[in-house]
Design a protein. Structure first.
Length: 324
């Protein structure tokens, strides 16, 4: 027969077990939360991080600060987060570069898959293939026809080797069975200037550097690389709408934490970030930068990230792209 004392112990144990995870969640955060951006100030990741910092601070009850740690193609900032205490107080805001590192590099001071836990996807960003007005192509089918008539002569400009823009160009070459010449620039601005000046006929870029040049007639947008059209270029079709099969490659900004971060902290961060990106002051800024708000939970984002890495590896293998 159980005594009143033993029943009390059992009930207390059950209550403690039921409250353990919520208690852990309530205990986070206990100090300043750092949003580490592995890019220079002013870029999309930085702008979104700063827009989120104030509402996140209010929701979490702790200061949320943005730290720019650029360098070595994002490796410096990413390694800093990988080596930080796994308590949820230091997280990384990155995107396609994080996934391309995992897919294309073997010599890193960290393992992108083993040393990080996915927190949430914030949004996705299509890339745009545009051409100089002198190029006789008003759509992707015409561009493919020109490329086939002049193999290896069309030049496409991108913002860096191994970037999403570069991979988009190589995916087009594979899917459309065409040959184009790659010219790599150190950044989006130089590659845009090169095409505006007629030094290259094709530009694959994000939306912000080119939006003003399209209505001015300085560039002609032919297609976006994502599955859905961009809200900023509603009249511009996707690659698949343009007849290029199975073409879906876009940027994806998200948040990552050190691998051993407690689930309660990951879930709390995910919930508050998902609320923050729906606020007008955050969402509108993302839309202006060409991002579609598309948050995901930790498990869903982890699956998305691993699928994207496999996609990048396949493109790189087909195009013989090597980063190390």
């Amino acid at each position: 027969m159980k005594t009143a004392s033993s029943c009390t112990v059992i009930v207390s144990a059950l209550v403690a077990a039921l409250l353990a995870d919520p208690a852990a969640a309530q205990g986070f955060p206990s100090k300043v939360v750092r949003l580490v951006v592995p890019f220079p100030a002013g870029g999309s990741n930085d702008v979104v991080a700063r827009a989120m910092s104030s509402p996140l601070s209010q929701a979490l009850g702790q200061s949320v600060v943005v730290e720019n740690r650029p360098g070595a193609n994002t490796i410096i900032g990413t390694e800093m987060v990988a080596r930080s205490p796994a308590d949820g107080h230091t997280v990384l805001i990155s995107g396609f570069t994080f996934m391309s590192m995992a897919a294309l590099r073997t010599k890193l001071p960290f393992d992108p898959l083993k040393d990080f836990a996915a927190v949430t996807r914030i949004g996705t960003q299509p890339f745009v293939l545009s051409v100089h007005p002198s190029l006789p192509a008003k759509n992707i089918k015409e561009l493919i026809a020109v490329a086939r008539a002049h193999p290896g002569q069309l030049v496409y400009a991108v913002n860096g080797y191994g970037t999403a823009q570069h991979l988009s160009g190589e995916l087009l070459k594979t899917r459309a069975r065409i040959d184009m010449k790659l010219v790599v620039f150190q950044g989006g601005a130089p590659s845009t200037v090169a095409v505006l000046g007629g030094h290259a006929g094709i530009l694959i870029s994000t939306l912000p550097p080119i939006v003003q040049h399209i209505p001015a007639g300085k560039l002609r947008a032919l297609a976006v690389t994502s599955r859905e059209r961009s809200s900023l270029l509603k009249d511009v079709p996707t690659m698949m709408e343009s007849g290029v099969p199975d073409f879906d490659l876009s940027g994806a900004m998200g948040v990552f934490a050190p691998a051993a971060t407690p689930k309660a902290a990951l879930d709390r961060l995910n919930a508050e970030i998902m609320r923050a990106v729906q606020l007008p002051e955050v969402k509108d800024g993302m839309l202006r930068d060409g991002f579609a708000v598309a948050p995901m939970g930790p498990a869903e984002y982890d699956v998305f990230m691993r699928d994207k890495i496999q996609q990048i590896q396949k493109i790189a293998k087909d195009a013989n792209i090597k980063m190390d």
